[in-house]
Design a protein around this ligand. Structure first.
Ligand code: PGA
Length: 262
């Protein structure tokens, strides 16, 4: 069974003092029953991570955290970049790689993404690899071909033994921060295409272990419908993760579900 995962991508929001208050509120609201049912992680800006680490360690919180990006290299003359080595040293377990905002604003290519995945795995971080089509691809009905191609190129350097260590987030660009959201059926269509591709490429056993997340304008009202889909294993939440009550409500999606996933 794939344990569900709800991830909060804060983007460039919440300074380190706000981060402490925010994580304290999450810790107060989320109970052991929640953490038994799902993994919860947050992605603060780099400048917050040391503060989040101190709080998580001191209070033995079950919330985990990671970086919103990492460099390809472990160290060196790369002004402004942060390596996965440094993230690992701060107790981070995760790193988001290839988010569409990085692809768009920092011109990250699939080749860059593929090298960052290798760097994350080398440092024992779990990468959350983001893929997804823009509106033109969606309107042209080429969204599946486009996204599978992006996935294939991003996973270019990843071996069969490593692929099940990676989480894949399907984030249609047209749904990110727009209030537009893929329907559960749209999400499932893509997730099953991703899992089939993984099965054909790496074998069914590896493919069945990979957690697939949906991301793009997720709110507490839409989380249960998405999580009811058989191949949706979790959610990558942006804007709604800045509001602790809303994020906790998303983490509690199971209370609105019936059936085996509850
Ligand atoms: P959003 O962002 O929830 O604000 O649409 C999702 C993401 O970018 O990961």
């Amino acid at each position: 069974m794939r344990k569900p995962l709800v991830a909060g991508n804060w983007k460039m929001n919440l300074n380190h003092l706000e981060a402490i208050a925010h994580v304290q509120r999450l810790a107060f609201s989320l109970k052991d029953a929640d953490f038994d049912a799902l993994d919860v992680c947050v992605f603060p800006p780099f400048t917050d991570i040391r503060s989040v680490q101190t709080l998580v360690d001191a209070d033995k919180l079950r919330i985990t955290y990671g970086g919103q990006d990492c460099a390809k290299m472990d160290s060196g003359a790369f002004t402004g970049q942060t390596s996965s080595t440094f993230l690992a040293k701060l107790g981070a377990q995760w790193v988001i790689i290839g988010h569409s905002e990085r692809r768009q604003f920092n011109n990250e290519s699939n080749d860059d993404v593929s090298k960052k995945l290798v760097s994350a795995l080398r440092n024992k971080l779990t990468p959350i690899l983001c893929v997804g089509e823009d509106l033109t691809e969606r309107n042209n009905r080429t969204h599946i071909r486009f996204t599978l191609n992006q996935l294939g190129q991003s996973l270019g350097n990843i071996s069969k033994s490593d692929v099940s260590q990676i989480v894949i987030a399907y984030e249609p660009v047209w749904a990110i921060g727009t209030g537009e959201i893929a329907t559960p059926e749209d999400a499932e269509e893509m997730m099953s295409a991703l899992r089939n591709w993984l099965g054909e490429t790496y074998g069914d056993s590896a493919a069945s272990k990979v957690r697939l997340l949906y991301g793009g304008s997720v709110k507490s009202g839409t989380a249960p419908g998405l999580m009811a889909m058989p191949n949706v294993d979790g959610l990558l939440v942006g804007g709604a993760s800045i509001d602790p009550d809303e994020f906790v409500a998303i983490c509690r999606y199971r209370l609105a579900l019936v059936g085996p996933r509850k």
